[in-house]
Structure formats: C-alpha cells, structure tokens
Write a protein that binds this ligand. Sequence first.
Ligand code: NAD
Ligand code: UGA
Length: 326
Amino acid sequence: MPQAQPHAPQRAVITGAAGFIGSHLAEALLAAGTTVIGVDRRDHYDPRAAANLARILDHPAYIHVTADLLTCAVEPLLLDADAVFHLAGIPGVRPSWGPEFSDYVGSNILATQRVMTAATTMRVPRLVVASSSSVYGPTDGTPSAENDPTRPASPYAVTKLAEEQLCLAHATRPGSPTTVVALRYFTVYGPRQRPDMFIHRALNAALAGTPLRLYGDGHQQRDFTYIDDVVTATIAAASPQAPGGVVNVGGGTGATLRDIIRSAQELSGRPIEIQAHTTRNGDVPVTRADLARARRLLGYRPTVDLTTGMSRQLAALTHVTAAISS
Ligand code: NAD
Ligand code: UGA
C-alpha cells in the first residue's frame, strides 16, 4: 500500500483513471476518503481497463466518466475539484515514431491544453501532471536533476516535454489560480503494469514460456519505480504545501534489463528464452533520478526495492493467469 496521506484532497479528478498509474492512484485516494471523478476514454468495455477499474467502479465515492479529453466538455468535470491529476496520455516510447504520432500529439498536447485551460477557468487550485524521465534523453549516467538540460530523443518524449511545459506556462501567467506540479516519473512497475513494458513482458515470458524480445544488448539501465511509491509522491504533490514546478519521481536504485531477466527467472523458478532484436530508436541507455528535490519538497523516499516490487507484480500476474485458465 502507498504511505498514509494526511493531505489527500476532498474531491479530485483523475484523467487516465482506467490506466495503470491512474487506477492505482484512484484506489489510494478513495482509501484516504477522497471523492474521485475518473475520466478516461476507456471504460469497463475494454478488457484491460476493466481489470484496472475492477476495485473502484462500484466504490460509492467513485464516478467514472467515459470521455475523450480531446473533444468532451472538460469544465463541468472539474466543478468543486480541489485537485486535478492529469495522467491521461499515450505513454509508449517506441511506437511514437510511427503513424500513431498524431494520437500522441492529440492526447499529450492538445488534450492537455484543454484540461489546463479548464482547470484555470474553474479555478482549480492544483494540477499534478504526469511527465516522464524520457524528457532528459541520453545522459552519461549521472543522476538527472530537474534543472539539467532536456534532450528528448523520441517523438513521445518531445510530447511529454511539451505537455509539462504547457501546464507550467499556464500556471506562471499572472493571476493564475492553479499551481502546477509536473512529476517526471521513471519507468513505473508493479501489478497491472502496461503489457508493452519490459518487466511485464519478462514475467509473462517466464510464466507463459513464450520468448522475450530483447532490444539491444540488455545493458540498458532504468531507475525502476514501484507503483505505490509513485502514488505516494503524486498525492504529496497535490498537497497545498508543495510548491509548483518540476519534480523527479524515481525508484532510487538502478537495474539493467539483464538484471530484470535474472530476477524474473529466480522469482518464477522458470527459464526465459531470449530473442535478440536491434536497439529501438529513441531508447536511451540509462535513466537515473536525482531525488534531492523530491525529498525536500514532497518528503519523498522510495520504499519498495526491485525484488519486493517484482515479486508483487509476479504474484498479481500469476493470479490473473490462473483466473484466465480456470
Ligand atoms: P496507461 O496507458 O495505462 O494510462 C493512460 C490512460 O489515459 C489510458 O487509460 C487511456 O485510455 C487514457 N487516455 C489517453 N488519451 C486519452 C484522451 N484523449 N482522453 C481520455 N483518456 C485518454 O499509461 P500509464 O502507464 O498509466 O501512464 C500514465 C501517464 O504517466 C501517461 O501520461 C504517461 O505518459 C506517464 N508516464 C508513465 C510512465 C510509466 O512508466 N508507466 C513513466 C513516465 C510517465
Ligand atoms: C517507460 C514507459 O513505457 C514510458 O511510458 C515512460 O514515459 C518512461 O518509462 C519513462 O520513464 O518516462 P521505458 O523506459 O522505455 O519507458 O520502459 P519499458 O517500455 O519497460 O522499456 C524498458 C527497456 O526495455 C527499453 O530499453 C526497451 O527497449 C526494452 N524492451 C522493452 C525490450 O527489450 N523488450 C520489450 O519487449 C520491451
């Protein structure tokens, strides 16, 4: 479970509530007593969204609105909200080079402009937006701090940088009623992780006995961050005490893809067959978060190590696999 939340808002809007991170955030806020309006263009008719929403759809304090933020009326959704958590977006790095790019621009930039404009009009005091470690681009492996230069190396990363800066630009207008905190999440994992992501694929390959596609030599390193820590930081960012700006949210320990494969094999007790593929465009060799600002401004400290987090993800996946085959 995420840590206790003394400053959870009374009424919050979560965009992207049917997604991996949004659904965990909704669960934690509901547990803290918040009324949650979840907005997503997916709902229980989509099997993956249904699985994400399973624990919250029937909660008396949860209202699900199925809507596309590119076209829906956003202002009525934000009525009386103390905070907006803007997590809706198109997340993957690799497909962003393809024809899907217009969807990235639509959801990550154009929809964000609509959400931010509505938040300002409705005088929502606080908006927390999901940004990404990918905005830093390739680094020499030294921890990235928020003031470091940004060199996004994929179309996805370009849209995420535009998204966070767009929100911050609105917030710095004189008289803006909305404080913005842009959280740069570093490769988030845990139960219900998106199936395109590496840890899910490695665990699934072990359980199902299917080959795992490895892009590059497997020495890529990520600052993998467990979902409960991400949720704790995200709720802390909505507290009235947290100043606006950009903040990293990382897991505090790095691991390579080879480390992940080894752990997946050890935890599951099953071998993984590797299929070698070339490195994908826009894939950076290493991400590493400098967490000094997160500690100072949000009191954030990651609490879940990779082995614990991966074993929880494996347990959740095993449960789902068993349910499907029974
Ligand atoms: P996800 O795909 O599971 O969730 C995103 C949700 O947004 C989906 O349910 C989708 O239907 C919804 N959505 C997209 N466009 C929409 C639109 N126009 N209108 C309404 N709903 C829309 O992704 P996730 O992994 O939970 O990521 C959530 C956010 O965090 C994204 O903005 C992503 O860029 C960011 N992020 C994720 C990670 C990670 O490791 N998962 C890391 C850094 C940043
Ligand atoms: C992740 C999320 O997918 C993005 O939404 C997020 O914005 C980003 O983190 C972030 O930190 O900001 P990524 O680090 O690419 O992006 O995470 P994965 O998709 O899990 O990929 C990790 C590594 O595994 C990459 O090097 C990728 O090329 C590799 N990979 C992935 C494989 O070798 N095989 C696969 O099947 C999938």
